[in-house]
Design a protein around this ligand. Structure first.
Ligand SMILES: Nc1nc2c(ncn2[C@@H]2O[C@H](COP(=O)(O)OP(=O)(O)OP(=O)(O)O)[C@@H](O)[C@H]2O)c(=O)[nH]1
Ligand SMILES: [Mg+2]
Length: 399
């Protein structure tokens, strides 16, 4: 699932990391920041200060001894010889101490440069790599506005960041990408379990209507979501409101029977709004908490079917209208979601066939573009193959 996006995001972390680490190794001394230079210089001058403190008494002593030597010259010639020896000895000592401190300062200096680098990330460092990422996101069917937002967010976060250790580059890039993707997926979501629980208290069922073009997976998703609610302890009822397509009523009846729940159906060609209405009445009468309304697949250009969908909405007043989109259709799924939202108002999304979707562009973009949450991902053909969508989960998958 989403292998292409995963590869692109993680590849970008590697590329930025490699590029900046390579440059870092080449960083000449002149490129070292003022702060670090100052630190090095001050360490060195500290060493010299220490050295001067050691040298002072040595010189004082030397002066004293020379004075004595002058006064008593000719009388204490032996002492003079000794004093001379001592002076030589002292100056040797001074030289050793001096050298030791110089060496220490140099060692410290070179040690600092090998463990701590001095790079600040510039636009130049990441521009090409992020442009490449943007292009490959578009290839993976990520919507243009989403790709742009991700790139801008990462740039904003990375430029000016100070790199102290080599591993910082990868970590900063990972954090920046995660943040950018979280922002994209951060559409406020709906808690269907919570809504069903409230429905239980009010005696009014939670009414969910499913819309979308032909073959995206509406009917299959209804069977999966019915299973989900049963697993959560609720009793759903299905409205077979696709009275248009041949075999649609039989298809959903088959699922209802397998799952073991009630289905409300009329004859083929009947008014879909009337079927949905009856299902809601049934739920109220029997104290069932959830009504799942199947509808016929339609192209957004089919005026009659679009009007029929609006009529179901008027009659039943669903709590949630779910747009069901096929992840494999990429940008088309996003565009259709937008059209359905304009026509009828979409509250949430089910994105099907994510199990077969290597690209991942629709999953990343659809919620952001229409500003509605993805509620579930369809991940296979069996009733349990459905995932409650969580932004953190998706970020974890991708980066
Ligand atoms: N791999 C996979 N296949 C799916 C998924 N969801 C649905 N399908 C398959 O997609 C095909 C169409 O599913 P339906 O549920 O009939 O689609 P629909 O939207 O109801 O189609 P219409 O009623 O014609 O509009 C079926 O073969 C399903 O098994 C999914 O999450 N993963
Ligand atoms: Mg169907």
């Amino acid at each position: 699932m989403f292998e292409s996006l995963k590869k692109k995001f993680n590849g970008t972390i590697g590329k930025i990391s490699d590029k900046i680490s390579d440059e870092e190794e080449k960083t000449p001394l002149d490129d070292i920041s003022e702060e670090k230079k100052e630190k090095t210089t001050s360490k060195k001058s500290e060493s010299f200060e220490k050295l001067e403190k050691i040298e002072e008494p040595v010189l004082e002593k030397e002066k004293e001894e020379t004075g004595v030597r002058e006064k008593l010259s000719g009388i204490f010639s032996k002492k003079e010889e000794k004093a001379d020896e001592k002076t030589v000895e002292n100056s040797k000592k001074t030289e050793v101490v001096h050298k030791k401190h110089e060496d220490e300062a140099d060692e410290e200096k070179s040690g600092m440069f090998s463990f701590v680098t001095q790079k600040t990330i510039s636009e130049n460092d990441i521009d090409d790599i992020l442009f490449e990422l943007e292009m490959s996101l578009l290839e993976s069917d990520v919507a243009l506005e989403v790709a742009e937002k991700i790139i801008n967010s990462v740039k904003e976060d990375l430029i000016g960041k100070k790199i102290r250790r080599r591993s910082d580059v990868a970590e900063f890039t990972r954090v920046a990408l995660r943040k950018a993707v979280s922002e994209i997926l951060g559409v406020e979501t709906k808690d269907l379990k919570e809504m069903a629980k409230n429905a239980q208290k009010t005696g009014e069922p939670l009414k969910i209507m499913f819309v979308g073009i032909n073959g995206t997976g509406k009917t299959t998703s209804i069977a999966k979501i019915a299973t989900y609610f049963i697993n959560e302890g609720y009793t759903p009822v299905i409205a077979a409101s696709d009275t248009f397509r041949a075999g649609a009523i039989e298809q959903i009846s088959y699922h209802a029977e397998k799952i073991g729940i009630k289905i409300i159906k009329h004859k083929k060609g009947a008014d879909p709004a009337a079927v949905a209405y009856d299902a809601v009445e049934h739920a109220k009468a029997k104290g069932k908490e959830v009504v799942l309304i199947d509808t016929a697949g339609r192209m957004q250009t089919n005026v009659n079917l679009m009007d029929e969908m609006k009529k179901i909405k008027r009659v039943v007043k669903p709590d949630i209208i779910v747009y069901v989109g096929d992840a494999l259709t990429g940008n088309d799924a996003v565009e259709q979601a937008s059209k359905f939202d304009d026509a009828v108002g979409v509250d949430g999304i089910v994105l099907t066939k994510a199990d077969a979707d290597a690209k991942g562009g629709a999953a990343l973009s659809i919620g952001y573009v229409i500003n509605k949450p993805i509620l579930f991902l369809g991940v296979g053909q069996s009733y349990e193959d459905i995932l409650e969508f969580k932004a953190e989960w998706m970020v974890e998958q991708l980066i």
